[in-house]
Ligand binder design. Structure first.
Ligand SMILES: *[C@@H]1O[C@H](CO)[C@@H](O)[C@H](O)[C@H]1NC(C)=O
Ligand SMILES: *[C@@H]1O[C@H](CO)[C@@H](O)[C@H](O)[C@H]1NC(C)=O
Length: 512
């Protein structure tokens, strides 16, 4: 076990608490025009604040978007934002986006039902998938079909609604993650959607206004790592397939790489957008999907993002942490870092994003406690953190390695040089010569997806992401946290004023 400890300790060695808590809430609330309307909403159960769990975030200029799925009644809007150019409030109320009417439940044409993760692009568009559902397992009602909604962020108008084809969906489909691929122009745009429980990947072409669906055994969960321990709860999410997806910068061949990982898995896979953009590759492309590597033990992840220097950040839900991987290095446990960790504040990091100014945004929401147990509304349950990307990477294995290896040591030792695949100029990265070596087999022998699990023979599940109470509750569910909670973030003396740095530089450079 000594080698395991060593892996975990390496990234922590110089890690301080780098993420700054920007907003936090005991319970979410909405910004009604006046208190009378709010009281009316509460009286009619149109607003039940305790039923709201924020899941996704995205930052665009002066707006920080927050999605709240309609898993329970009393959610007035599923797509919302927090204005970043108003006086700072630690627990701001949510403002529906684009409007209250634009969030109407059951209105398939012009409303939104349930939205998970959202993506803003460089062309000032917001990509939003309405999964059309109300409620959660076993009480899910499909009010509307799956529909992609794209908004012009400069005018707050919806500029596209596209309903997925029936062939894109299977009975068990559950889609919570989205990636947006902008090519040579704003029209050269594709969006990709991971179907977690239907084990598919849907591609949508903006120009063709058309979608298609890929299937692959790499989209399936690793049956050996379906057990989760989070916030003192033990539960099994063993059916959870392809989930977190993100795109690399454009490579030398003109295409990006889509990285993906099933939720019940420690393995990372990839496929070129050269394949995904081409509808004819839906069949015959099995070997174009690649195994990238294995992150290591306790690395279940729900959300990932890669910036244009090809560093990936991802939630580490077992560790109450955000992890990193510099894709210039091979993906293996010793190249996976932890950029920050907090056993109180980062319980279930549900989303991580990097904005145009290289600021990282993280949402944590204690989701397993909300779903299975009950949140304590006298405590802070939901948090949004932010930090500069370079600050987060400092001192981790994801930083450029040559920056802290003394030259003499490099010259003295055997060097390993790998090419960064995503930059137009060729950069070489020198691996630190002193890293311990591990037997790759120890990680991979049990983790490679079983080729027997073809789409046809793999048992279809009908459950939602939300585990049924019976499977979720373990016989010996400990009521005490698996890792002792440390309260350092609570007791810390917070600065009374905020440095509102994001005010000044929210103008995004036009790239097109
Ligand atoms: C599902 O709905 C039924 C009928 O409304 C209700 O009795 C039951 O408690 C609900 N189950 C859950 C888990 O919400
Ligand atoms: C795109 O397809 C949808 C069908 O889902 C259709 O309603 C819409 O008008 C199309 N939009 C454009 C711009 O072609």
């Amino acid at each position: 076990m000594a080698w395991q400890l060593l892996i975990l300790c390496l990234p922590f060695a110089s890690a301080a608490v780098k993420l700054e808590e920007m907003f936090s809430w005991n319970v979410m609330d909405w910004n009604y025009p006046d208190e009378y309307s709010r009281q009316q909403a509460i009286a009619t159960d149109a607003l039940i604040p305790e039923n709201a769990l924020p899941v996704g975030i995205e930052r665009w200029r002066n707006k920080l978007f927050v999605s709240v799925p309609r898993w329970r009644p009393g959610i007035p809007a599923t797509l919302n934002y927090i204005p970043l150019d108003v006086p700072y409030q630690p627990s701001p109320k949510l403002i529906p986006y684009p409007s209250w009417q634009g969030n109407e439940l059951g209105n398939c044409e012009s409303g939104l039902n349930t939205v998970y993760r959202i993506k803003a692009d460089k062309c000032d568009r917001l990509w939003v998938l309405d999964v059309g559902t109300y409620g959660y397992d076993p009480n899910v009602t499909n009010l509307c079909p799956y529909a992609l909604n794209v908004y012009d962020l400069k005018t707050d108008q919806r500029i596209r609604r596209y309903v997925f084809r029936p062939e894109d969906i299977v009975p068990s489909t559950f889609i919570a993650n989205i990636a947006v691929d902008i090519g040579s122009s704003c029209d050269d745009a594709f969006a990709y959607f991971s179907d977690e429980l239907g084990y598919g990947l849907i591609a949508y072409s903006w120009e063709q206004n058309k979608s298609w669906r890929f299937s692959h055994s790499y989209f399936m969960p690793d049956p050996l790592v379906g057990d989760f321990n989070i916030a003192g709860l033990n539960f099994q999410w063993g059916a959870e397939g392809i989930f977190g997806i993100t795109l690399s910068p454009i490579g030398l061949d003109g295409y990006r790489t889509l990285y993906f990982t099933p939720l019940s898995s420690h393995t990372e896979f990839s496929v070129s957008t050269r394949i995904l953009r081409d509808e004819s590759k839906v069949s015959g492309s099995y070997k174009d999907f690649k195994v990238v590597g294995v992150r290591g033990p306790d690395t279940h992840t729900t959300s990932k993002v890669m910036d244009n220097s090809a560093v990936q950040l991802f939630s580490l839900i077992d560790q109450n942490a955000i992890g990193c991987w510099n894709s210039a290095l091979p993906l293996k446990p010793q190249n996976v870092g932890v950029v920050d960790k907090d056993d109180v504040g980062l319980v279930f990091p549900s989303d991580v994003k990097i904005d145009e100014g290289k600021n990282v945004w993280v949402m944590s929401d204690r989701m397993p406690v909300f779903l299975e147990s009950e949140l304590d509304y006298s405590d802070i349950n939901f948090r949004i953190y932010t930090a500069r990307l370079d600050t987060l990477l400092q001192g981790t294995v994801c930083e450029q390695q040559q920056q802290f290896i003394p030259l003499a040591r490099i010259q003295d030792s055997k060097q390993t040089t790998v090419q960064l695949p995503y930059t137009t100029r060729t950069q070489s990265v020198t691996l630190p010569p002193t890293l311990p070596t591990f037997t790759q087999n120890e990680y991979t022998s049990n983790l490679v997806p079983n080729p027997q699990f073809t789409g046809a023979s793999y048992p279809q599940t009908t459950h939602n992401i939300i585990p049924k109470a019976s499977s979720y509750m373990q016989i010996n569910m400990p009521k005490t946290p698996s890792a002792p909670y440390t309260h350092y973030r609570y007791t810390e003396n917070k600065p009374s004023g905020r440095n509102l740095w994001w005010h000044k530089n929210y103008e995004v450079q036009e790239n097109y």
